[in-house]
Ligand binder design. Structure first.
Ligand SMILES: Cc1cc2nc3c(=O)[nH]c(=O)nc-3n(C[C@H](O)[C@H](O)[C@H](O)COP(=O)(O)OP(=O)(O)OC[C@H]3O[C@@H](n4cnc5c(N)ncnc54)[C@H](O)[C@@H]3O)c2cc1C
Length: 292
C-alpha cells in the first residue's frame, strides 16, 4: 500500500479516521461495526492510537495490523516516547514493519497521571529523536503532531513551531493537528508554519462535539479553545443529547467545508472516538467536496 506521504502527491484532501484500541471484547465488537460503516467512505487511511501503558500497547500493533491486512485499509500506527527504552521501541517498529505497516505517527506521550514528561532511562527525551530513530530503523513514512493553538506546555507559539520544524527536519513528512474549532486560528498558525519554512502537508484534526462535559474535559487537556458563540450554542442545549449532536455535526461540517473551499488544507482527520455516526453524517454532507 502506498505510504501516506506518497498519497499526498496524488490525492488531496486526505480523509482519515482515528480509533483507539478498546479495553474489552465488547469495545472491539463496537469498533469493528464502526469500521464497517466507515469503510464505504474510502478513507485515505485510519489511525490507531497508542495507549499510556501496559497491555494497551500491544493492542495498537495488533489492531493496526488487523485493520490493514484483514479489512484492507491503510493504517497509521501511533507510537510514543513515553515509558519505553530505545530497544523496546525498536522491537515495536520491527513488529509493525513485519505486519506491513508503513506509516507511524511519532509522539512524545504524556505521563499517565498528568504532570511534566520525564524521559524513560534509555529512552527518548524528544519526539524529534524518536522520529530520527523510526526513519533509521525502516523506511517508514513518519507523521508528526502539530498544535494550532499551542501545545498545553507551549511557552510561545513561535517556539512551538520551531520545535515542529525540527521534527520535520528530523524526518517527519506529514503533520496532523490537534483538534481545533477555530479555523482562523488554524490559518494563522499554518501561515506562520509556512513562513518558517515548514513545507510538509498539514492535515486538520476535527472532532465533532457529541457531549458537552466530555468536550470541555478534552479541551482543557489538549490546549484547544471552544469559540464563545459555539460554547453558548452547545451549553444552551446541553441537556438535550440530540440537539448537542446536531449542533456538533453542523458546526464540524461547516468547519470542514470552509477548510476545503478555501483550499487551505491537505486533509481532514476525524477524531471518531470509535463511533461512526457523526463522521458519516459530515462526510455525506461534504460528498461533493471530498474524494470519497
Ligand atoms: C494527532 C495527535 C495524536 C495523538 N496520539 C496520541 C497517542 O496515540 N497516544 C498518546 O499517548 N498521546 C497522543 N497524543 C498526545 C501527545 O502525546 C501529547 O500531546 C504530547 O504531550 C506531545 O507529544 P508531541 O510529540 O506531539 O509533542 P512534541 O513535539 O514533543 O512537543 C511537546 C512539547 O515539548 C516542546 N518541545 C518539543 N521539542 C522540544 C525541544 N527539542 N526542546 C524543548 N522543548 C521541545 C514543544 O514545544 C511542546 O510544548 C496525540 C496528539 C495529537 C495531536
Amino acid at each position: 500500500m502506498m505510504r501516506i506521504d506518497e498519497l499526498t502527491k496524488t490525492t488531496l484532501p486526505l480523509v482519515s479516521f482515528e480509533f483507539f484500541p478498546p479495553k474489552n471484547e465488547e469495545g472491539f465488537a463496537q469498533l469493528y461495526r464502526t469500521i464497517d460503516r466507515l469503510h464505504p467512505l474510502h478513507p485515505s487511511y485510519v489511525s490507531v492510537t497508542y495507549g499510556a501503558g501496559g497491555s494497551e500497547r500491544q493492542k495498537t500493533v495488533e489492531l493496526a495490523g488487523r485493520i490493514q491486512n484483514e479489512i484492507g485499509i491503510r493504517t497509521l500506527a501511533h507510537l510514543t516516547c513515553a515509558g519505553h527504552t530505545k530497544s523496546e521501541i525498536g522491537e515495536i517498529l520491527d513488529q509493525l514493519w513485519s505486519a506491513g505497516i508503513r506509516n507511524v505517527l511519532a509522539l512524545r506521550g504524556d505521563p499517565p497521571g498528568g504532570g511534566a514528561f520525564k524521559p524513560t532511562e534509555g529512552g527518548f527525551g524528544y519526539t524529534s529523536e524518536l522520529i530520527e530513530f523510526v526513519r533509521a530503523r525502516h523506511d517508514f513514512c513518519v507523521v508528526t503532531a502539530g498544535y494550532p493553538e499551542g501545545h498545553p506546555q507551549c511557552l510561545n507559539l513561535t517556539r512551538d513551531l520551531e520545535h515542529l520544524k525540527r521534527k520535520v527536519e528530523h524526518g517527519a513528512s506529514v503533520i496532523v493537528t490537534q483538534l481545533f474549532f477555530d479555523n482562523e486560528a488554524f490559518y494563522r498558525w499554518r501561515d506562520q508554519a509556512r513562513a518558517l519554512g515548514i513545507e510538509a502537508p498539514i492535515v486538520a484534526g476535527i472532532m465533532p462535539i457529541g457531549n458537552v462535559a466530555q468536550i470541555k474535559r478534552f479541551v482543557t487537556m489538549c490546549g484547544a479553545k471552544i469559540p464563545h458563540p459555539l460554547l453558548l450554542r452547545i451549553e444552551a442545549v446541553e441537556e438535550d443529547a440530540d440537539a448537542v449532536y446536531q449542533t456538533g455535526v453542523e458546526y464540524a461540517t461547516q468547519q470542514c467545508r470552509d477548510l476545503i473551499e478555501r483550499g487551505e488544507v491537505d486533509g481532514i482527520h476525524f477524531y471518531t472516538l470509535n463511533r461512526s455516526r457523526a463522521t458519516v453524517d459530515i462526510c455525506r454532507a461534504l460528498r461533493d467536496k471530498l474524494p470519497l
